[in-house]
Design a protein around this ligand. Structure first.
Ligand code: NDP
Length: 335
């Protein structure tokens, strides 16, 4: 049972040396416990936040602890009637080959996925899972998009962004994605049906943003922060909405920037930060809707899958380098 244990808190980018990769025994379940064989690991920008000891929405990962991470696995042993051998489970299974479910300190018990669900396992972490739900609740509940609105989303070619843009299209909005590089921008407009894409790595990106939002911006689904966020805020309309989902451009910074709130006052912009966990009582509703759109062909589940648990620390950095399109996943073992 290979396990990545957090050795020290990363400074700047994550490195392999921030972890000990140890070989532990495969756990045997005690009373009320179960064991999952981990098949896929979800890599998320928030992994970087959990490694730090900044104020955050869950306790940071303690030094020496197995790195926390979402994933999908199969139950291989169980002393708990809620988990049957052969069940597929989805939850915080960690950066390891096997997860002991019901261990002391567990934050949330993994969820059993109903059998025979006609969606791929990887979509349980992406389009119909945590990142899809983030897009769904953040956009619908906080963004309140109406047909004809202009919706801008940053990190648009990523796991959350691709779903935000596609839902906004389903809702009849004009959708503008901001992403790094021509390849990602072409993907957004040609494959996902976005109305326009802004390449923030091009010298003229501010002009591109202006041209793409002739009627201003009604909803800014913010994933990035920094200069990109400030430029979109400049384009926002009176009484527009800004779900603040993430600020990936500054997660590696020890001293993140401070922002000017004046435009929020002058333009009466409704800004709300949120964490997908805020909507946990409605996950089933959200997943069902996302799965239905997926099966109807209205939602594409884009994914980047990298082989091998041992690659996890380096693969995580793909999120900060823009190496992924859609949900970033590490494959640990065959189903
Ligand atoms: P993505 O799949 O979008 O991957 C991250 C992407 O961010 C990269 O592919 C890269 O794309 C872009 N990026 C990285 N660094 C920068 C930078 N400095 N400037 C601009 N773009 C950058 O990840 P997720 O979809 O999982 O997450 C997107 C955002 O949503 C993150 O901020 C994350 O923290 C947040 N989030 C929040 C949740 C919540 O509950 N509030 C839940 C899940 C995610 P590119 O090539 O375009 O640069």
């Amino acid at each position: 049972n290979r396990q990545f244990r957090l050795k020290r808190r990363p400074v700047g980018r994550v490195t392999r040396d921030d972890f000990d990769l140890v070989e532990a025994p495969v756990p045997t379940p005690g009373p009320g416990q179960a064991v999952a064989r981990n098949l896929y690991l979800s890599l998320d920008p928030t992994n970087r936040i959990w490694m730090s000891d900044m104020d955050q929405y869950l306790p940071p990962v303690a030094l020496g602890e197995v790195m926390r991470g979402g994933g999908v696995g199969t139950i291989v042993a169980s002393n708990n009637p809620d988990y049957q051998v052969g069940d597929t489970v989805n939850g915080l299974l960690g950066w390891q080959d096997y997860c002991l479910i019901g261990a002391p300190g567990e934050l949330f018990p993994p969820t059993v996925i109903p059998q025979g669900l006609p969606i791929p396992m990887t979509a349980l972490m992406g389009a119909c899972g945590m990142t899809g739900l983030t897009a769904y609740f953040g956009l619908i509940e906080l963004g309140q998009p109406k047909a004809g609105d202009t919706v801008v989303v940053s990190a648009a070619a990523g796991a959350v962004g691709t779903v935000v843009g596609q839902i906004a299209k389903i809702k009849g909005c004009r959708v503008v994605g901001i992403a790094g590089g021509k390849k990602k921008c072409d993907f957004l407009t040609r494959e996902l049906g976005f109305d326009a894409a802004v390449d923030y790595k091009a010298a003229d990106w501010r002009e591109q943003l202006k041209a793409a939002t002739p009627d201003g911006v009604d909803v800014n689904f913010e994933n990035v922060g920094g200069e990109i966020m400030e430029a979109v805020v400049e384009r926002m309309n009176l009484f527009s909405r800004m779900p603040l989902c993430g600020m990936i451009s500054t997660y590696n910074d020890a001293n993140p920037p401070r922002y000017d709130l004046t435009p929020f006052l002058m333009k009466r912009i409704k800004l709300q930060g949120f964490i997908v966990l805020d909507f946990k009582d409605r996950y089933i509703e959200g997943s069902m809707q996302l799965a239905q759109w997926l099966l109807e062909g209205k939602l594409k589940a884009q994914e980047t899958v990298v082989d091998g648990l041992e690659t996890a620390p380096e693969t995580l950095n793909m999120l900060f380098d823009g190496g992924n399109i859609g949900k970033l996943i590490v494959k640990i073992a065959d189903a």
